[in-house]
Design a protein around this ligand. Structure first.
Ligand SMILES: [Zn+2]
Length: 110
C-alpha cells in the first residue's frame, strides 16, 4: 500500500477549492516499467535448489505489477515549488506514523 496521494488531492481540493497541480514522474521503484520481476523473499535458497531448469526459468521471467505505481510506471507528484509541498510532507509523515502504530498494534515486527 502506497501513500494515498488521491486522498491528499481530495483534501486539498476541499480546503482550497482546487486540486493541487501535479507533475507525472517515472516510478522510482520499477523505473517506469510498471512491473517488477519475481517474488522477492517468497522462496529460500533451499527451495530453489530443488527446482528444475524450467521451474527456475519460470521464476526468473515472472513479473508482477509494481505495487508503488500499480503497474502504470508513473506517479503523480507535487512539483518541488508546489504551495502544497509542506502539507504533503506532513500528510506523508502522519501516514507513516499511522502505519507504525498499526504495525505495533498488529503485533508484527517488520
Ligand atoms: Zn512502479
Amino acid at each position: 500500500m502506497t501513500i494515498s496521494y488521491e486522498m491528499f488531492a481530495e483534501f486539498i481540493a476541499e480546503e482550497t477549492g482546487a486540486p493541487p497541480a501535479t507533475v507525472w514522474v517515472i516510478c522510482s521503484r520499477c523505473h517506469g516499467e510498471g512491473t517488477l520481476a519475481g517474488w522477492p523473499g517468497a522462496y529460500t535458497e533451499a527451495d530453489r535448489a530443488e527446482w528444475s531448469e524450467e521451474d527456475y526459468e519460470a521464476y526468473a521471467t515472472f513479473t508482477r505489477p509494481c505495487e508503488k505505481c500499480a503497474g502504470t510506471g508513473k506517479l503523480r507528484e507535487l512539483p518541488a515549488d508546489s504551495p502544497h509541498a509542506e502539507a504533503w510532507a506532513e500528510w506523508c509523515a502522519e501516514e507513516a506514523a499511522d502505519r507504525a502504530v498499526r504495525r505495533a498494534e498488529s503485533g508484527y515486527a517488520w
